[in-house]
Design a protein around this ligand. Structure first.
Ligand code: AMP
Length: 197
C-alpha cells in the first residue's frame, strides 16, 4: 500500500524469549500485520526467536519490509534471521541501537525483558536530551508494563523526572492505538543526532 504519512518505519523493541505468554507473540503478529496494512516498514533487532521473531515473520508473511540490526556475537544466540529483507550485522550493541534508531521514524515497545527495558530507557532519555524528536509508545496489553508505568510516575513524584519527560512515552492497550498515537505525534522532521551518542 502507498503510505503518504511521514511515519514510514517503526522500530519495535520486544523480548527475544519464547518463554513468555503466547498472547504476547500473537500481539506482535497483530502489530506486524497492521504495520504492513498501513505501509509501514519494520526495524528490529534481527532475531528469529521470541516476540522479535513473531513480529518480523508477520510482516514478512504479509509482504512487508523488515530490516534487522544484530551484532555478530548475537547471531547464534538470537538466531539471526536471514530471510528478512535486510539483515545488517554490526560489531557492537551500541552500533546496533544507534542504527536501529537512525533507520526509524518512531518506536513501539512490546512485552519483553531486561534488554527491552534498556532499549526503551535509552531511546526515551535520548529524546529527553533532545538528540531526536521521534515518538515512543509502549503497548501494555495485560498489565505487563504496569509497574514500569508506575515507576516512571514515581520518578516524577520524587522530583527526579520532569512530567513533560515522563510524557515522552505513551502507554496504550493495542496495536491500533499505538499506530494512531504515533501518527498523531509524528512531526515529519524526525532526525537523530548519532554523532552525539
Ligand atoms: P530481552 O528483552 O532481554 O529479551 O532483550 C530484547 C532485545 O534487547 C534482544 O535483542 C537483546 O539482544 C537486546 N538487549 C539485551 N541487552 C541489551 C542492552 N544492554 N542494550 C541493548 N539491547 C539489549
Amino acid at each position: 500500500m502507498t503510505n503518504s504519512s511521514p511515519l514510514k518505519s517503526i522500530c519495535v523493541y520486544c523480548g527475544s524469549s519464547d518463554n513468555g505468554p503466547a498472547a504476547h507473540r500473537d500481539l506482535a503478529r497483530d502489530l506486524g500485520r497492521q504495520m504492513v496494512a498501513n505501509g509501514i516498514q519494520l526495524v528490529y533487532g534481527g532475531g528469529r526467536i521470541g516476540v522479535m521473531g513473531a513480529v518480523a515473520n508477520a510482516v514478512l508473511d504479509d509482504g512487508g519490509t523488515v530490516t534487522g540490526v544484530i551484532p555478530d556475537f548475537l547471531m547464534q544466540r538470537e538466531h539471526g534471521h536471514h530471510d528478512i529483507t535486510n539483515l545488517e550485522v554490526v560489531t557492537s550493541m551500541h552500533e546496533r541501537k544507534a542504527r536501529m534508531a537512525e533507520l526509524s521514524d518512531a518506536f513501539i515497545v512490546l512485552p519483553g525483558g531486561l534488554g527491552t527495558l534498556e532499549e526503551l530507557f535509552e531511546i526515551m532519555t535520548w529524546r529527553q536530551l533532545g538528540l531526536h524528536d521521534k515518538p515512543i509508545v509502549v503497548i501494555n496489553p495485560d498489565g505487563h508494563w504496569d509497574r514500569l508505568h508506575g515507576l516512571i510516575d514515581d520518578l516524577v513524584a520524587a522530583g527526579y523526572a520532569r512530567p513533560e519527560n515522563a510524557g515522552l512515552v505513551h502507554f496504550v492497550a493495542d496495536p491500533a492505538a499505538a499506530l494512531s498515537t504515533l501518527q498523531s505525534q509524528i512531526t515529519g522532521k524526525t532526525h537523530i543526532e548519532t554523532g552525539r551518542l
